[in-house]
Design a binder for this molecule. Structure first.
Ligand code: ZN
Length: 240
């Protein structure tokens, strides 16, 4: 198996502006995720953040990224459209994309989904139980029947996304809502996984099952060896 080159992208603003969040993630949420992925065999991991030139997503970085993970929240609007366009093109070309938590409202996710990606939310530190609804899927390798997160923000349906190609998790919240919290999509040659956990005020990116799912998702979303599609005017292969 060849090495998977991962870029862990984070807006990286809450960690700089909020002391509690900074204490929770002294190296940023991207730092916590990258640190875990670096312990996994066959992964080469780097990070990129919003305030770097070109948001850390230069053409060279994108060209050498097999899977990009995306966490954003307060500054979606600050992501430059040209960069979004380049990321989208790379997904169509086969780069995997893992969209985390409030990344549901990122320009890149909305543009790949073609819908509002809006949802219900409530921030009172509720529990979440993510039920595995596709137990044969590689993204849930090593996961039990469900994952429990003791305290988090609630997201509820309707989640305005197109029907996922595969839904891997559905979440339950004590307030009564449910949410499609693990969703797989194909766009062009690229694979996309939306994974809900990751509200910034809780230590969710230290939860072993959450990290395991992200790791599995990176492996699932890594580009395959499939053919590059040929478009346009075509000569017949048979005598016609
Ligand atoms: Zn949140």
């Amino acid at each position: 198996m060849s090495t998977i080159r991962v870029t862990v992208w984070n807006e990286y603003r809450h960690e700089k502006s909020n002391k509690e969040i900074a204490k929770l993630y002294p190296e940023g949420m991207h730092g916590a995720i990258a640190k875990h992925l670096r312990t996994q065999p066959g992964m080469e991991v780097r990070t990129a953040t919003l305030d770097e030139p070109e948001h850390g997503l230069t053409e060279d970085v994108l060209a050498t990224t097999d899977v990009l993970t995306w966490w954003g929240h307060a500054a979606h609007a600050e992501v430059q459209d040209e960069i979004v366009e380049k990321v989208r093109q790379r997904v169509w070309d086969g780069m995997g994309l893992i969209v985390l938590h409030s990344g549901h409202f990122s320009k890149i996710f909305k543009s790949l989904m073609g819908t509002s990606c809006d949802l219900k939310w409530r921030e009172i530190g509720e529990k979440e139980r993510l039920w595995v609804v596709e137990p044969g899927h590689p993204i849930v390798d090593g996961i039990g029947e469900f994952i429990e997160i003791e305290h988090t923000e609630m997201y509820g349906e309707r989640f305005d996304i197109p029907q996922p190609d595969t839904q891997v998790f559905i979440s339950w919240f004590p307030g009564g809502e449910v949410f499609r919290s693990g969703c797989c999509f194909h766009r062009g040659r690229g694979k996309i996984f939306y994974f809900r956990p990751g509200h910034e005020t809780f230590p969710i990116y230290y939860h072993p099952d959450v990290l395991r799912v992200i790791t599995n998702a990176v492996r699932w979303a890594a580009p395959g060896e499939g053919p590059v599609p040929v478009f346009g005017n075509a000569k017949p292969l048979e005598h016609v």
